[in-house]
Design a protein around this ligand. Structure first.
Ligand code: NAD
Length: 467
């Protein structure tokens, strides 16, 4: 069984500009050798990553616990186990994914054959957030490696123990010319962004996403932006309320609400609102006990800044459950907030913490209107037993991805590309989508040499009239 030990590793010092420039130069030279074009090389390196993760598993658990008391089960199910499944799938399928894909030919080009080659971009830079600090750096890394890129990783400085654990794992496993880690704060990210890459994959806030995209525009570097937003859970009056409550509470309070796809707020039809609130309060007690502060299954807020921001939200609205805070341990109880309106700070930005506002709506049309009046969210969850209503909500709203009658679980299917739309991001990954995302689709027409019809060559004379 898993036991916590405090990691001895201290946060690493910031990486210098000189080192970053040197890393990029060395990776460029390594990519130019063509080694990463070999599928055998990619597979052996992915295997090395797989073994390294197994070797470092305990250190990773400890680091995530040290950063914000992430429960061991969640560190496994949403981070290490998740990454292991992505690796397993990629290793199993890579030989198929790399095969050039034949496409239909047209008569105009006769005689010819056409195919699409997935070719690596070159150097990919991956910037991660702190909330799933291992998963959100490793899952894109797997795709980038599978596609044959060199990779520069930037873990979040806000989860310093995990950043150090990742740096150790990567530096022990790979040559820096191929895969390297640059640690540090905003200054380091700025220095990283000043360099030229062939792909930038960013996970974080919409605000920083804009900074990343501006920097990428300087070199016309393609980007994937995995951002956030306010993801609604809509509960219709015909939903199975006990089940909806359980699944919303699970998705909201996992990682203490610090999840990009957590339900941010609830829109519930007013005739079932009280019942839903009661059921959710019951679930919170069942999951975390009467004193969630003592539950080993409940994480802490990542830092004092976020703790203060979240605590201030509690000054508006009516607390129906929870509301207790402890600044020393950065604890905020799982909280249900009623009597909230869109002017309140809690509804003005992504909450990213264990506070769940509940807003009544009269009709589903009203809920659709509320969603569409705001930025396109990363996720949307709809609870209803009516197929027609499910279809209507799906058809009339735009969001990255989501679930019907569940929360968050769409991430667990690698066959579903994961990503946002509009302010919640662009581009999507997981499973084969990760391989596709980090590959340029190189279109090749191979023309036969045994026939060369003169029709296309000038002088055209009266050929137009002949068409
Ligand atoms: P963040 O945007 O503050 O930080 C992300 C990264 O950007 C960090 O590595 C940080 O060093 C860097 N950074 C921060 N400020 C910068 C600046 N001014 N210039 C250059 N670089 C800078 O995000 P965060 O707080 O780590 O994560 C929370 C956000 O990420 C939330 O909005 C959440 O919804 C989103 N998120 C999205 C996903 C997804 O998959 N779509 C997943 C997790 C988190």
């Amino acid at each position: 069984p898993y036991t916590h030990t405090t990691p001895a590793t201290a946060p690493a010092p910031d990486d210098s500009q000189q080192r970053i420039q040197q890393l990029v130069r060395r990776q460029r030279a390594f990519f130019a050798t063509g080694k990463t074009l070999d599928t055998g090389f990619r597979i052996s390196q992915l295997r090395a990553l797989q073994q390294a993760i197994r070797r470092h598993e305990q250190a990773l658990f400890d680091a995530m616990y040290a950063d914000f008391r992430k429960p061991a089960f969640e560190s496994f199910s949403t981070e290490i186990g998740f990454v292991e499944l992505e690796l397993k799938l990629t290793l199993k399928k890579l030989q198929d994914w790399v095969k050039p894909r034949k496409v239909k030919e047209t008569i105009i080009n006769f005689p010819a054959r056409s195919r699409i080659h997935a070719s690596p971009y070159g150097i990919a830079m991956i910037i991660g957030p702190w909330n799933y600090p291992f998963n959100l750096l490793m899952a894109p890394l797997i795709g980038a490696m599978a596609a044959g890129n060199c990779v520069l990783l930037k873990p979040s400085e806000i989860a310093p123990h995990t950043s150090a654990a990742i740096a150790k794992l990567i530096s022990e496993t790979f040559d820096e010319d191929y895969i390297a880690v640059a640690e540090g704060g905003v200054d380091v990210t700025r220095q990283l962004l000043a360099q030229r890459y062939d792909y930038i994959f960013f996970t974080g806030s919409t605000r920083v996403g804009q900074i990343v995209m501006k920097a990428a525009a300087e070199h016309l570097t393609p980007v994937t932006l995995e951002l956030g937003g306010k993801s609604p859970a809509i509960v219709a009056e015909d939903a199975d309320l006990a089940l909806a409550a359980r699944r919303i509470v699970w998705g909201k309070f996992m990682n203490a609400g610090q999840t990009c796809v957590a339900p941010d707020y609830i829109l519930v039809q007013e005739q079932v609102k009280e019942e839903l609130v009661q059921q959710m309060a019951k679930c919170i007690r069942q999951f975390y006990g009467d004193a969630p502060q003592e539950s080993p299954d409940y994480a802490r807020i990542i830092n004092d800044g976020h703790f203060d921001r979240l605590s201030a939200y509690l000054q508006h609205g009516t607390i129906r459950t929870g509301g207790q805070t402890d600044s020393a341990s950065r604890y905020i109880a799982p909280t249900l907030l009623d009597q909230v309106n869109w002017e309140h700070p809690v509804m003005q930005e992504e909450i990213f913490g264990p506070i769940l506002p509940i807003l009544p709506i009269t009709t589903l049309q009203e809920a659709i209107g509320v969603v569409n009046a705001h930025e396109k969210p990363l996720a949307l969850y709809f609870f209803s037993s009516s197929h027609e209503k499910q279809e209507a909500v799906l058809r009339s709203t735009q969001f990255g991805g989501g679930c019907i009658n569940d929360t968050i679980s769409h991430l667990a299917n690698p066959n579903l590309p994961f990503g946002g739309v509009g302010a919640s991001g662009m581009g999507s990954y997981h499973g084969k989508s990760s391989f596709d995302l980090f590959s340029h689709q190189k279109s090749i027409l191979q023309r036969g040499t045994w026939l060369d019809l003169p029709l296309r060559y000038p002088p055209y004379r009266n050929r137009l009239q002949m068409l």
